[in-house]
Design a protein around this ligand. Structure first.
Ligand SMILES: O=C[C@H](O)COP(=O)(O)O
Length: 252
């Protein structure tokens, strides 16, 4: 019998948050009971400027701190970039790679994402690899094919349930208040599960598959209950402690 997958809820603060944001972090930490932390792995990915200070605030297994991106190289002449080693040195335990905002704003390809995931592993970080179709691709009936192509290109050989988390984020659902139906999420997550298990065997079967895109306290329980949904990657709903704790309540 396979071991149950411990879900993860990760908050991606994107380009939001100043030092004053520590007040929200403190409220979140105060609101996460040991019982809840036993049921779900909680992570906040603040802007890089806050990784070190936030990492000092989290203790025990209540929450981990992650990063939002890394460079594929270990060091070198890459002005403004951060290596996975630097992020790990600041206290991060994971890094999001291939977020659609990086793919769109910075032209990142599946090959770039693949290289970044491998850089993350080399630094001892978990790679949270994002995939997801655009609205036009969904309307054209290509959503599953697009995501399978992204998985094939973005997830490196050697991915395990320990070093990799997949986040399915339909681009059209990010920050819009729109979400796919539970049926559409189930279809996509099953397709991803089958695809990853075929390629990676038991590691693919045990890999966490997060859903992301307009997850809020009001819809979290329904989305998190879908088969093969092992947690959430949350943007706007992770900025305020009350909202984030409301989402985590799906696991209480
Ligand atoms: O990384 C998080 C996602 O882009 C979802 O963002 P959102 O919850 O604001 O829609």
């Amino acid at each position: 019998m396979s071991t149950p997958i411990k879900p993860m809820v990760a908050g991606n603060w994107k380009m939001n948050g100043l030092k004053a944001g520590q007040a929200e972090l403190h409220k979140m930490l105060a609101g996460i009971s040991d019982d809840l932390a036993d049921c779900v792995d909680v992570m906040i990915c603040p802007p890089a400027t806050l990784i070190a200070s936030f990492s000092e605030k989290v203790t025990g297994n209540v929450m981990a701190i992650g990063a939002q991106d890394c460079h594929a190289a270990a060091s070198g002449a890459h002005t403004g970039d951060l290596s996975a080693g630097m992020i790990a040195d600041a206290g991060a335990k994971a890094v999001i790679v291939g977020h659609s905002e990086r793919r769109t704003d910075h032209g990142e390809t599946d090959a770039d994402v693949n290289a970044k995931a491998q850089a993350a592993w080399s630094a001892g970080l978990v790679a949270i690899i994002c995939v997801g179709e655009t609205e036009a691709e969904r309307k054209a009936g290509e959503a599953v094919a697009v995501v399978e192509r992204q998985l094939a290109g973005s997830v490196p050989d050697g991915a395990t349930a320990q070093n990799t988390v997949i986040a399915y984020e339909p681009v059209w659902a990010i920050g819009t208040g729109l979400t796919p139906t539970a049926g559409d999420v189930a279809e996509m997550h099953e397709a991803m599960r089958v695809d990853l298990a075929k390629r990676l065997g038991a590691e693919g079967s045990a890999m966490r598959l997060l859903y992301g895109g307009s997850v809020k306290p009001g819809n979290a329980a329904e989305l998190m209950a879908v088969d093969n949904v092992d947690g959430a990657l949350v943007g706007g709903g992770s900025l305020k402690a009350d909202d984030f704790l409301g989402i985590l309540a799906a696991y209480q």
